[in-house]
Design a protein around this ligand. Structure first.
Ligand code: UD1
Ligand code: CA
Length: 453
């Protein structure tokens, strides 16, 4: 059976997910920084399957995630079998393999699906299930086998007898099915007494027809972990994050106390990076090789070059070139751009500003909406007054300038190349290159004598 022809994936995401107790559709809840459904669609792409996504009116917001998948509406949702019947109307391919995946079962690995597809051919089966021992106390459908060990049917936990509930083998909710067979068998699915059509009844239909159903029995049920409640959402998040950390470790990243750190699915980390305890890497973050993050740093949508140090700091939407040192307790906000060799110390905040190469800002400063030159020293307590209550204004500081401690730079203002400000200066007018400005408001009093290097 199967093996050749098209590969399609029917992704079921029309269920209401009422047990989440949320205004947000279940499959839109994120794990490792991405909606459950996005993970499932990534898996479809990884196995080369064209995805047909089943949504309902309630889960319609998920359409934004569809990302090229064909979307069909199941209205009203009448169970997983009904969802597949609806999905098949959007499948033009006649022969091949159909994967059926649940939008709430996001941890299925591409390798597992490929293995299940191979089982169809190897066993001459019409359908392959993904199963695992789930223990006796769980909500999964149970896999009922005959005396010879053949898969005979799946019984839903809520309809199972006490004996059936003791069956440890659980149906995890991912299937590889011969497409032509699915077309004819799905038409035979009927509504049960609760008004639902169960996809899992396909197993009994196969049995009646004398067709074989194979089971790919996993050693670890986590891969088939379906999310129905927020408790299960947290568990799926933890499982996926462990998997992500292990992938990075195998690629050459050291984690110290790995359980304490969290890395989103989309994050890239270079070899020989060191992630110390309590670090959170989110979104589209990229970490260069040999860079040390943490302990206790939060890095969101930020590009960090190689050989950097980011200790106990918060970075969002920032860019760091190589060999930048940050923290402890620095805060980079969107648009912060630190060139090679920049150093930022405790309580340094940078927003929408470029600090050019080798500039240092070691203590208690705020630089926003600014362009700071190369090798500038920003003294403790320097603040750019970028906001006059109405509009934001820019501050420009030339190369090799020296900003004295406690300087206030009232934007728009420019400090010329090689200029300096005295301690406590309140700069309201431009300081020409090479001049020293002091006082409140600061006046340029003489040519600056730069220190001998
Ligand atoms: C289902 C299986 C059960 C298995 C479990 C694994 C059936 C009948 N039962 O149960 O054997 O152990 O998954 O997690 O399939 N959906 C639709 N339309 C609907 C109903 C559901 O698209 O009308 C989607 C849901 O959005 C969800 C998926 O199908 O993503 C599974 O539905 P759910 O109600 O969670 O099924 P379970 O009760 O968990
Ligand atoms: Ca479920």
């Amino acid at each position: 059976m199967s093996g050749s022809g098209a590969t399609v994936a029917l992704v079921l995401a029309a269920g209401l997910g009422t047990r989440m107790r949320s205004k947000t559709p279940k499959v839109l809840h994120p794990i490792a920084g991405k909606p459950l459904l996005a993970h499932v669609l990534d898996t479809c792409a990884a196995v080369g399957a064209r995805a047909v996504l089943v949504l309902s009116k309630e889960s319609e917001p998920d359409r934004a995630l569809a990302n090229g998948a064909t979307v069909v509406l199941q209205e009203p949702p009448r169970g997983t079998g009904d969802a597949v019947q609806v999905a098949l109307r959007a499948v033009t391919e006649q022969a091949g393999t159909a994967f059926v995946l649940y939008g709430d079962t996001a941890l299925v690995r591409p390798e597992t699906l490929t293995r299940m597809r191979a089982l169809l051919t190897e066993r001459g089966a019409v359908m392959a299930l993904m199963t695992a021992d789930g223990g006796s106390d769980n909500a999964y459908g149970r896999v009922v086998r005959g005396p010879q060990g053949d898969v005979e049917r799946i019984v839903e936990a809520r309809f199972a007898s006490a004996d059936e509930l003791r069956i440890p083998e659980a149906n995890l909710g991912a299937y590889a099915i011969d497409l032509a067979w699915l077309r004819s068998a799905a038409a035979e699915l009927t509504m049960n007494e609760t008004g639902e059509v169960f996809l899992t009844d396909l197993v009994a239909i196969a049995r009646r027809r004398g067709d074989t159903v194979a089971a790919h029995r996993l050693g670890d049920a986590d891969e088939g972990h379906g999310v129905n409640t927020r408790v299960e959402l947290a568990h799926a998040d933890a499982v996926l994050k462990r998997r992500i950390r292990e992938r990075h470790m195998l690629n050459g990243v050291t984690f110290v106390d790995p359980e304490s750190s969290s890395v989103d699915a989309g994050v890239e980390i270079g070899p020989d990076a060191l992630i110390l305890r309590g670090s959170i890497l989110e979104g589209t973050t990229v970490v260069g090789s040999g860079t040390r993050i943490g302990p206790y740093s939060i890095v969101r949508d930020t590009k960090i070059g190689a050989g950097c140090v980011v200790e106990a700091s918060v970075l969002e939407g920032a860019t760091l070139e190589d060999e930048v040192r940050i923290g402890p307790f620095s805060h980079l906000r969107p648009g912060a751009y630190l060139e090679r060799g920049v150093e930022l110390g405790n309580f340094g905040e940078v927003k929408n500003a470029r600090l050019r190469t080798k500039t240092k800002m070691h203590h208690f400063s705020y630089v926003g909406d600014a362009d700071i030159g190369e090798r500038v020293n920003i003294g403790a307590g320097t603040i750019t007054l970028n906001y006059d209550g109405v509009a934001k204004h820019r501050t420009t500081v030339g190369n090799d300038a020296f900003i004295g401690s406690d300087t206030l730079l009232r934007a728009p203002v420019t400090i010329g190349e090689g200029a300096a400000t005295g301690a406590g200066a309140v700069v309201t007018k431009d300081v020409p290159p090479g001049m020293l400005a002091v006082g409140m408001p600061a006046r340029s009093i003489k040519k600056r004598t730069p220190p001998k290097k």
